[in-house]
Ligand binder design. Structure first.
Ligand code: SF4
Length: 284
């Protein structure tokens, strides 16, 4: 309840994003956070609205730029738990450059991608996650591009926490978000989130029939990167659960030499009013 506000989401009834919102709220409560300790930063797209639907600090950023903003927030106040969120178009098309470098930088941020395999807000065009042959307004004869495999890319880029879930499996999703929040370093959680209005192929039923839950492999070892990559490839990227975790690497902010114990946001501004005005003038 603590993380609920009185804003009514304007997602279409049945949109997968509702469950992701609920899972973030539950995971935040389960980890013992208060709204003052959480910042939710989002990009543009239907999913980008999420930062306004959670009672916490929030910033609805610009297209593809949720991660640079989230990293700025974390650097300014590393006492905050930072969640970045957005759609597959936001994170894997316009924002892909930022996504890859945020992964290899390994700041203590949880990035939740609401993957509906289409552009919903602009009324149904092909996204980097759409399958080959996928027919939309922008690809009336079917997409002729290869589908992007974001988690294989994340593993290649040195990710320390890689997970995937399905918005209908709120129990698994909540547990993975909790683990992502607790993980030291960058955690990427890709969530299949059906767009009931524009994607008539990747529906709830389609995911239920095609996803492969890691629970069915009791011997699976999430610390084995090669096995993670192999399993992802074997399942066509439809694997759900904790796919990979490296607990040996320190986060970026915990390796910065001379980083003061007090976060920047809580330090006194060691400037006179005149010096401050001069600094501001340089930015104009
Ligand atoms: Fe959700 Fe699709 Fe509606 Fe957007 S258009 S709110 S993604 S169902």
């Amino acid at each position: 309840k603590e993380f609920r506000n009185n804003v009514k989401p304007n997602w279409c009834p049945g949109c997968g994003d509702f469950s992701i919102q609920a899972a973030i709220q539950r995971a935040a409560a389960n980890t013992g956070l208060t709204p003052e300790e959480l910042a939710v930063i989002s990009g543009i797209g239907c999913s980008g609205r999420i930062s306004g639907y959670i009672h916490a600090y929030g910033l609805h950023g610009i297209h593809g730029r949720a991660l640079p903003i989230a990293q700025g927030v974390k650097l300014a106040n590393r006492d905050l738990t930072v969640i970045a969120s957005g759609g597959d178009g936001d994170g894997f098309a316009i924002g892909m450059g930022h996504t890859i470098h945020a992964i290899r930088r390994n700041m203590n941020i949880t990035y939740i991608v609401m993957d509906n395999q289409i552009y919903g807000l602009t009324k149904g065009q092909t996204s980097p996650r759409s399958a080959e042959g996928f027919v939309t307004k922008s690809t009336p004869s079917g997409s002729i591009e290869t589908t992007l495999s974001p988690l294989e890319l994340a593993l290649s880029a040195g990710a320390t926490f890689v997970a995937q879930s399905f918005s209908s499996d709120i129990k698994q999703l909540t547990a993975l978000i909790e683990e992502g929040i607790k993980h030291e370093g960058f955690s990427i959680i890709n969530v299949f989130s059906p767009c009931v209005t524009f994607n008539k192929v990747n529906t709830y039923e389609w995911f239920k029939e095609n996803i492969v839950n890691l629970d069915s492999f009791p011997d699976y070892d999430p610390s084995n990167r090669i096995q993670a990559m192999t399993k992802l490839m074997e399942t066509g990227g439809l694997l759900t659960g904790l796919i990979y975790q490296d607990q040996s690497r320190k986060s970026y902010e915990n390796q910065i030499q001379g980083f003061k114990e007090t976060p920047l946001a809580q330090q006194d501004l060691a400037l006179t009013e005149e010096q401050f005005d001069h600094l501001m003038a340089e930015f104009r």
